[in-house]
Design a protein around this ligand. Sequence first.
Ligand SMILES: Cc1ncc(COP(=O)(O)O)c(C=O)c1O
Length: 446
Amino acid sequence: MNFGLKRLNLAKNIPVSKKILEEIFDETGFDQNNLSIRETNRLATIISKKSNIEFIRMEMGIPNIPPSNIAKEAEKEAIDKGMQGFYPPFDGIPELKFAGSEFVKAFLDINVGPENVIPTCGSLQGGYISQALAGNMYPGKDTILYLDPTFPVTRYQAKFLGLNSKGIELYDNRGDELIKAINEKVENGNIGGILWSSPNNPSWSCLTESELEGIADICDNNNILAIEDLAYLGMDFRKDYSQPHQKPYIPTIGKFGTKWVTLISASKAFSLPGPRCGLAIISPKLDKMEFQGLEDFCGRKRFGHAFSLGGLYVTTSGVSHTAQFALAKILKASTDGEFNFVKITSEYGERAKHVRKLFLKYGFKQVYKKDMDETVGDGFYLTMSYPNFDGNNLMLELMRYGISTITLKSTGSNRHEGLRICISFVDLKDMPLLEEKLKRFMETNT
Ligand SMILES: Cc1ncc(COP(=O)(O)O)c(C=O)c1O
């Protein structure tokens, strides 16, 4: 009760004056028209301290559900066995490779062998290596096509690798239109890889099986690598993906075609961002295929070897034993029906539902609100705009009320009026404070 009162008191210092905000920009040297996520995060901390206001932090896409004891115990066990004294096999420990193949059979209904499951340092490393290979498998195909909006880091990776990038706005192109739009983009022959996340960060659109089949056909017919990023595995809570070996299965490119890599992140689905262990599942047929371009690029002709010996070995030489044991145990417990990872993460859907309702109540509009003919699900992100504001001004204005977000523009979206709002750090107990802030914002801006 007292805690609630204290929090409402803090809401009294809003909005922070424009002068204070200007001073902070002067001191930090940050460009208010081009803030990175980290700068926004830093800015929120400075404003919060300087003006004594409590922030509702919605800028970072970081998980916020405690990890399970299964992972903790497995890590301890690996330490007790002295595993830190050994280099891990760089293509993964047998326990994790096996658990990964069983897991994808149980939840994605795809058949791959343990040899097709490669642990990576977060799914980000899987994306990095996949993009490097995609851009070098065939001469002249040095461009990655993203289904936007896109997790910005993925695009930075292509830039870092010296690859070019192109985008298609997914929201405006769904179903047959998406396939048509991709076909048009691949026509000039320079696309080496197509990368998307599903659910999409941040629009939360989910690709359908027929779209995935269409993408697989395009990739197979045009020598393109399909890179599917399942960072938010099973988190389309409109469907119940929680039961192993039962329909519905999580839609995946792995059901179609031959030229694909599917990335599974442990960060959100299993609340395990710290150990930095994800999985790259390589199409069994692609695994064995040989490419002269890869031989020239990294000294390995066969795709699977180029991934592990070419990419993993020369970057991190594998993933720590402890992290691999933790993920192996979690995957096994999930496959055996002893750990319901979907039920645990559905907490994010609950938080999003409340946050969405509050924003809409105070005059905001949901930017991406449809997923083809359905209403988009409540998941890890929301996208919002406010009448007569462009995204950057809205982001800066909300800062004055103690709400930190990022612009959709920074995610490659063409909806420059909107913001990406991550709900992971908004607890149900934070709702009154968020409501107070939004109410004050609306009062000032109508
Ligand atoms: C779409 C997407 N891919 C990958 C990642 C990172 O995953 P990991 O922590 O497994 O590297 C994120 C994290 O926010 C993400 O949103």
